[in-house]
Design a protein around this ligand. Structure first.
Ligand code: GLP
Length: 252
């Protein structure tokens, strides 16, 4: 695990965007795993800016998002699909057919799996998402954020490191942290998330952490202890992980 402690969030964003674009330069059809949350916003802004000077940028890129809320329509302002459209998809030449986000939208699940009830449809969607990643040839570069409780994607503490894409009940602390994106509406209680084993199969991983609020999660990661109570600690099992954090998150 390589650690890069940068000055601030802006430096993390520039560095992460550069890594993304370098991966596209070396393979225009690269398969990316992409995060949501506040931390990667700057990375997307910077990537979009860098792409303005290029002819084709994301034209052949394939993306897989880490997670999505269950129970809200895809067009809901709080959904991760909407987030991705606003931050990236609508600003680059990525084909929407190549942009994969798990379906947590009840109407879409009904259409995808007409014979199944809602719970069955969710389970089938998890299997379908895993298959989609496998059929694309796996993920070359996966970018992660970090929850305050050290969650990665939506894998909350206690999630087995062997987990595949699954439905998870969100911690109350996670729901509170994400409430600003729901403008007073209730934050969903569940989400579909790539599992920890799914994440660990990516060929290369970078994790972004910014601000003092992430310092205890990063400290737990830095301790080297591998535990299911610290979801991010599973990354110690991966051969190619780079942590991009700022001084505040590093507690320096
Ligand atoms: C959400 C996302 C995670 C993200 C985390 C941290 O829970 N599902 O993928 O890493 O938030 O978000 P932020 O960057 O806003 O602190």
């Amino acid at each position: 695990m390589e650690w890069e402690v940068l000055e601030d969030h802006a430096r993390i964003s520039e560095r992460a965007a550069q890594i993304l674009l370098d991966s596209i330069d070396s393979n225009p059809a690269v398969r990316l795993g992409l995060p949501t949350g506040s931390t990667p916003v700057g990375m997307y802004e910077h990537a979009v800016k860098l792409c303005r000077n290029r002819y084709h940028c994301f034209r052949d890129v394939v993306t897989f998002n880490l997670d999505e809320y269950v129970g809200i329509p895809r067009e809901h302002p709080g959904s991760y699909f909407t987030y991705m459209r606003r931050k990236l998809f609508d600003h680059v030449d990525l084909k929407l057919d190549n942009a994969h986000v798990p379906w947590g939208d009840p109407a879409a699940l009904k259409e995808l799996f007409p014979e199944a009830d809602f719970e069955e449809a969710l389970a089938l969607e998890c299997e379908r998402y895993e298959l989609e990643i496998a059929e694309a040839g796996g993920i070359d570069l996966l970018v992660l954020g970090l929850g305050r409780n050290a969650h990665i994607a939506f894998n909350e503490p206690g999630t087995p490191h062997s987990s595949r894409t699954h439905v998870i009940l969100l911690d109350e602390s996670t729901r509170r942290a994400n409430a600003p994106h729901f403008a007073g509406e209730e934050v969903p209680h569940r989400a579909i998330t790539m599992g920890i084993a799914t994440i660990l199969e990516a060929r290369r991983i970078i994790l972004l952490a910014s601000g003092a609020g992430k310092s205890s999660a990063l400290e737990a990661l830095r301790s080297g202890v591998i535990s299911e109570q610290i979801p991010a600690s599973a990354l110690h099992r991966h051969p190619d992980v780079r942590i991009l954090c700022d001084v505040a998150a590093a507690g320096e």
